[in-house]
Design a protein around this ligand. Structure first.
Ligand code: EPZ
Length: 420
């Protein structure tokens, strides 16, 4: 079990410059898209995070080969060896479900463990299944596995009853090799979706409406190889912008895309932080000790991202007043709050709302991480809590943040991995 120790204090400030890594949530579907062709896919700006190694393990099990050098990856599935994504891998990472669409489209068969729930909610996959059935797949659920078969997928019209990033990605990939035209409506607009579409188009897919809610795909017989750049991770960038605001420090972020961060930047500015766009790939955040409370409601992109909710709650513990944080995407995404209470935060939860009262000076304590973004919120809280904060089960952090301790140390944080 990984442990992180942070020595923080109430007047701690982060200062310096950091490089934002590639997006975890963009690279995962880009890797599973390699199942759609026998040619090689080359991806640049890969984040070296645990989830990337998990999906590459799955690709190997399916018969793929890959070569990872620094932050560049080539992956190729010349011949399939297995159609199965095991429970062990799916349990480790729900995004393994993103092999379902490509396996069905190229091989007509897929056996994927049901992801089950996780610390942030029930995580159903009904939208994935209904969409693939409409494309002609026959799907049964047996002994905790999704067994899917399809002689040939046929284009059709599908309207997602709610926005789902994963279902949008799975159905786009499946439709690329289906016979005829597929129209997908109510697609997710998260930047990771157009980044996937741009890769698929380079591979030869015929996709119209990239980045919009209605996407039209003309199926093709086969797809080829491609080289593609993964977009920067907007949640890592948002986390560091928030860290600058929280510690009223000064941080320059490079290799990021400010236009993916509009609502995060707006909320941080309303809270009192100063955020300057230095150029198309850099931002500078300057914090203020006079943080103002803000109400937020998480919603699909371009709304305020659910993946920033836990971090924003920490910021609001330092604002002078009461903030109402409403989580609308996942049904159980407040597990970080019990841990923040141990650090002295003043937060009450009523259903999907967290009422945060500030300013409360936090004090270091031993805590436990429950999921990726919850662990990020504990790191942020530890920076400004007086004394020592220990985060147990810190491996959650490694799933989505590349070298976060190194990046924070470079900004002045007293943070280290311990084996106590
Ligand atoms: C993606 O998860 C991200 N993961 C999540 O990031 C992110 O929080 C989420 O999108 C929302 O933005 C990756 O991209 C790998 P959804 P995904 O399908 O695709 C419900 C992180 O911390 N739903 O958009 O699994 C679902 O329960 C992770 O980086 C159904 O009801 O999320 C949720 O309430 C956490 N049926 C809502 O839709 C389905 O078939 C949005 O989920 C699918 C989803």
């Amino acid at each position: 079990m990984e442990k992180i120790k942070i020595l923080g204090n109430h007047s701690f400030q982060l200062k310096g410059k950091i490089k934002i890594s590639g997006s975890k949530n963009a690279v995962l579907p880009a890797i599973t898209a390699s199942l759609l062709t026998k040619e090689k896919i080359r991806l640049k700006n890969i984040p070296l995070v645990k989830d990337v190694f998990t999906i590459l393990t799955l690709m190997k099990e399916l018969g793929g080969d890959y070569n990872l050098k620094k932050n560049s990856l080539s992956v190729q599935v010349k011949k399939i060896r297995s159609y199965e994504a095991s429970y062990e891998l799916v349990r480790a990472m729900r995004a393994s479900i993103l092999v379902l669409g490509p396996l069905l489209a190229r091989y007509g068969k897929a056996v994927v463990a049901l992801p089950g729930g996780c610390a942030i909610g029930s995580r159903p996959i009904d939208l994935h299944i209904h969409g693939l059935e409409k494309l002609g797949a026959s799907i049964s659920l047996e002994h905790g596995y999704i067994k899917a078969e399809a002689k040939k997928l046929h284009g059709t019209e599908i309207t997602f009853e709610k926005k789902s990033v994963g279902a949008t990605e799975n159905l786009i990939m499946a439709a690329c090799l289906a016979q005829g035209e597929t129209v997908l409506k109510n697609c997710s607009l998260e930047p990771e979706v157009p980044n996937l579409c741009e890769l698929l188009v380079k591979m030869g897919a015929k996709i119209e409406g990239v980045g919009r809610e209605i996407i039209r795909i003309q199926g093709v017989k086969e797809l080829g190889g491609a080289t593609h750049q993964i977009i920067p991770d907007r949640i890592e960038a948002g986390t560091f912008l928030l860290a600058g605001a929280l510690t009223h420090g000064e941080i320059v972020l490079t290799h990021t895309l400010p236009n993916h961060l509009d609502t995060i930047i707006e909320k941080l500015r309303f809270s009192g932080a100063k955020i300057e766009k230095l150029n198309n790939h850099s931002l500078k955040v300057t914090g203020t000790p006079e943080l103002r409370p803000q109400d937020i409601t998480t919603s699909p992109y371009p709304g305020f991202p659910t993946d920033m909710q836990a971090q924003f709650i920490v910021l609001m513990t330092q604002a002078y007043g009461t903030s109402i944080i409403t989580e609308t995407i996942f049904d159980r995404r407040f597990s970080h709050i019990n841990e923040l209470l141990r650090l002295g935060a003043n937060i009450d939860v009523y259903g999907d709302k967290a009422i945060v009262k500030g300013k409360t000076l936090l004090s270091g304590a031993e805590t436990i991480a429950t999921d990726l973004r919850a662990s990020a919120s504990l790191v942020l809280a530890g920076l400004i809590a007086n004394g020592k904060t220990i985060i147990n089960d810190a491996e959650h952090l490694d799933r989505g943040y590349e070298k976060i301790e190194e990046k924070l140390k470079a900004l002045g944080a007293h943070i280290e991995r311990i084996n106590e």
